[in-house]
Design a protein around this ligand. Structure first.
Ligand SMILES: Cc1ncc(COP(=O)(O)O)c(C=O)c1O
Length: 383
């Protein structure tokens, strides 16, 4: 075998970071069958339980009958169908921006957006705990990248002050995917005019979830500014697939002509777009789903055993930090044997010595399931 492959595999295995997939049977829901074990699901990003919602599935099925399955080509060739445009219009209205553009995933949206918005005369200011797709996007851009300590608007301002770059781009997760913490967007937005900077907020984990109407972190914090670009995913709280960028008309025009992950890829299946439209309908029509989610989050946090380090997360992403990578994977395995699925997260996804069980609470869970999970967590962690 090509020696690089075996050497790399051995290196990963020796550092205890070899990854493997678990076989999941059946749709996402409060319980799921994993490796033939039925268990309570506490690590899905299907925060509102829409991935298996009858209306979402029905919309996708109808779209398949009307449009077929594949889109056949990129949006700029012959793959641009009515459900794509209709979904963009719905996202534009939902986010309250001039325009929106679909991407095939959040990963691709960040790569496309950040590389389209930077050149050699750009400094990118990126939070140290930003998602891997942002880290990779920064690497691919021609910009000089300055990383600032997590959620530290003071350090960010010091970097901005020092920068002599012609263009300044700030990028942050709205809700940090592994910590569940919320970016200080009010403070960051306060820097935009002073330093003539543009801010990108990655709302992958808050679209549909945070804010009075589910618009995301900016709505939750009451922040508005014309120099903010919204990024969000459709594969998490919307229970569908794909992602979007929402912002000004001119931004979207630029992305259509410059964002390579938009230009050089086959368009989303129209049924995925139709499913997302149905999910937005539900999010707009049924605020009770969000209320149930936050009640579940509150119940779970209130009943966690004392002494567990959740980093004070205020959201539905609740890390249980154990530190050691092998102990974390062992705890995850033991919990699965007790009928509770919580995936362990290790470096490089999280910093060294901060391995954790990443709990995600969803609206699909009932109290009995949460109680079962809490009991198992107590038994496993409080010895
Ligand atoms: C903060 C953040 N941004 C972007 C992404 C990528 O989104 P997607 O899963 O749609 O590629 C994720 C998801 O893993 C994420 O957590």
């Amino acid at each position: 075998m090509y020696s690089f492959i075996t050497e790399e595999l051995e290196r990963i295995r020796a550092s205890g970071l070899k990854r493997a997939m678990k076989a999941v049977e059946g749709p996402q829901g409060p319980t799921i069958t994993v490796d033939a074990m039925e268990c309570v699901l506490l690590c899905s990003n299907d925060y509102l339980g829409l991935a298996n919602h009858p209306a979402v599935k029905e919309a996708a099925k109808k779209a398949i009958d009307r449009w077929g399955f594949g889109s056949g080509a990129s949006r700029l060739v012959s793959g641009n169908m009515a459900p794509h445009a209709e979904l963009e219009e719905r996202i534009r209205r939902f986010k309250g921006t001039e325009a929106a553009l679909l991407f095939n995933s959040g990963y691709q949206a960040n790569i496309g957006l950040i590389s389209a918005l930077s050149d050699r005369a750009t400094d990118i200011f990126s939070d140290r705990l930003n998602h891997a797709s942002i880290v990779d996007a920064c690497r691919l851009s021609l910009a000089s990248v300055k990383r600032y300590p997590n959620r530290d608007a003071g350090s960010l301002e010091r970097l901005l002050k020092k920068s002599t770059a012609r263009h300044k781009l700030i990028v942050t997760d709205g809700v940090f995917s592994m910590d569940g913490s919320i970016a200080p967007l009010k403070e960051i937005a306060g820097l935009l005019d002073r330093y003539n900077a543009l801010l990108i907020v990655d709302d992958a984990h808050s679209t549909g979830v945070l804010g009075k109407t589910g618009r995301g972190t900016l709505e939750h914090l009451g922040v508005e500014h014309p120099s903010i670009v919204h990024m969000g995913t459709l594969g998490k709280a919307l229970g569908s697939f794909g992602a979007f960028i929402a912002g000004s008309d001119s931004l979207i025009e630029l992305l259509i002509s410059k964002a390579r992950p938009f230009i050089y890829t086959t368009a989303l299946p129209p049924s995925a777009a139709a499913a997302s439209i149905a999910a937005i309908d539900i999010i707009e029509r049924e605020p009770g789903l969000r209320e149930k989610l936050w009640a579940n989050v509150e119940f779970f946090k209130q009943n966690l055993p004392v002494g567990i380090n959740t980093l004070g997360s205020p959201t539905q992403i609740i890390p249980i930090v154990l530190g050691d990578a092998s102990r974390t994977m062992e705890a995850s395995k033991n919990l699965l044997e007790r009928g509770v699925f919580i995936q362990g997260i290790r470096p490089p996804t999280v910093p060294e010595k901060t391995s954790r069980l990443r709990v995600t609470v969803t609206a699909a869970l009932e109290r009995e399931e949460l109680k079962k999970a809490l009991d198992a967590i107590k038994e496993e962690l409080i010895r």
